[in-house]
Design a protein around this ligand. Structure first.
Ligand SMILES: NC(=O)c1ccc[n+]([C@@H]2O[C@H](COP(=O)([O-])OP(=O)(O)OC[C@H]3O[C@@H](n4cnc5c(N)ncnc54)[C@H](OP(=O)(O)O)[C@@H]3O)[C@@H](O)[C@H]2O)c1
Length: 308
């Protein structure tokens, strides 16, 4: 297939270009800065310089081109403000960005659209011991701090499922691996910034970016229209277990514990994510329908591998 990939230079985008190229797909890779073009070509894709938030500019950049599918993997989490709102760049990319990429899909004649979603769309609370499946309620705001994230995930999924093409949503676990959260947390551990909530924090599901990329290619090839898939590994873990695995793999000091009230005060989103949320997620639908298995069944395996 010929695919347009938005978010091509990001933590998931780079392994995804390689995984698509390995399967013989042709990739048109969106990047705002032409300085990324050399890297994009080296990964095996053709660059298209455009800003997803500029609908007219995006369509202009795609003039005369065609594609079979569009993949929306664009986020801007590093630019999030201290207080989450619908106007945050990542939320804007989920709301308006999805609409603009759907317009691009129509322009390109694409009949398939995959969008990045997130397991946190199931809600930032304690879901208990039962793994959450795609049948569980998704995208329901509860008046909490992270409502804009939940609304953004719902907005991108709803638009894609309502569009006149084959729409699929990928509800990724938290990303670790090169350029993803494990690298980010390793930097914080090196600086000895106290991180883990006292008691170890909640339990959550992760996915190595290489496995997320492989699942995305599988969904492009075999995913059923109108479906969401949980893309997570086999072993949900506590934040203490995650940070200990990061410290061991990166050779940093262990995370210092922080009282929950202080974490909430200092970084409200991390308080909500690390303390309030326990979210074990079931991946059997992706395994069954996409014929996909995570190469790294746990964070320990993934961070112990060469591709950490
Ligand atoms: N499931 C998850 O846990 C999850 C999901 C997403 C991100 N993350 C993590 O969050 C961290 C930071 O992520 P991030 O979102 O800042 O960066 P990122 O993962 O490095 O990638 C963001 C991508 O989106 C593209 N993008 C952003 N705004 C765009 C726009 N207006 N138009 C076109 N493309 C746009 C960027 O392209 P250009 O800048 O090249 O234009 C880049 O390719 C990473 O550690 C990542 O792993 C985790």
């Amino acid at each position: 297939m010929r695919v347009l990939l938005a978010g091509a230079t990001g933590a998931i985008g780079r392994p995804l270009i390689r995984a698509l190229a390995d399967r013989g797909h042709e990739v048109l890779a969106v990047a705002r800065d032409p300085k990324s073009n050399t890297m994009i070509r080296a990964l095996g894709a053709e660059p298209v310089n455009a800003d997803v938030m500029d609908r007219d500019g995006l369509l202009r950049a795609l003039r005369g081109r065609s594609a079979d599918a569009v993949l929306h993997e664009a986020t801007a989490l590093k630019s999030a403000g201290r207080k989450l709102t619908d106007a945050d760049p990542t939320n804007a990319l989920r709301h308006a960005g999805t609409a603009h990429l759907l317009a691009a899909a129509e322009h390109l004649g694409a009949s398939r659209f995959l969008t990045q979603s997130l397991i946190l769309g199931y809600g930032y609370y304690d879901h208990g011991a039962r793994p959450v499946t795609e049948e569980d309620p998704f995208g329901i705001e509860d008046g909490g701090y992270a409502d804009p994230v939940i609304a953004g995930c719902r907005a991108t999924e709803e638009q894609v499922f309502a569009a006149d093409l084959d729409g699929i949503a990928l509800r990724y676990g938290l990303f670790y691996g090169p350029a993803a959260f494990s690298d980010m947390f390793a930097d914080l551990l090196r600086k000895r910034i106290p991180l883990v909530p006292v008691g170890g924090g909640g339990v959550i599901s992760w996915i190595h970016v290489d496995d997320a990329a492989a699942a995305t290619v599988a969904a492009l090839e075999r995913g059923k229209a109108g479906n969401a898939y949980n893309i997570v590994d086999d072993e949900p873990i506590t934040w203490r277990q995650f940070l200990d695995a990061v410290a061991a793999a990166h050779g940093t000091p262990r995370a210092l514990a922080m009282p929950t009230w202080l974490l909430r005060l200092a970084v409200p989103y991390l308080g909500c994510l690390m303390s309030d949320t326990t979210l074990r997620v079931d991946n059997s639908k992706a395994k069954g329908e996409l014929d996909w298995r995570p190469a790294y069944r746990s964070v320990g395996e993934g961070l112990g591998s060469a591709s950490r």
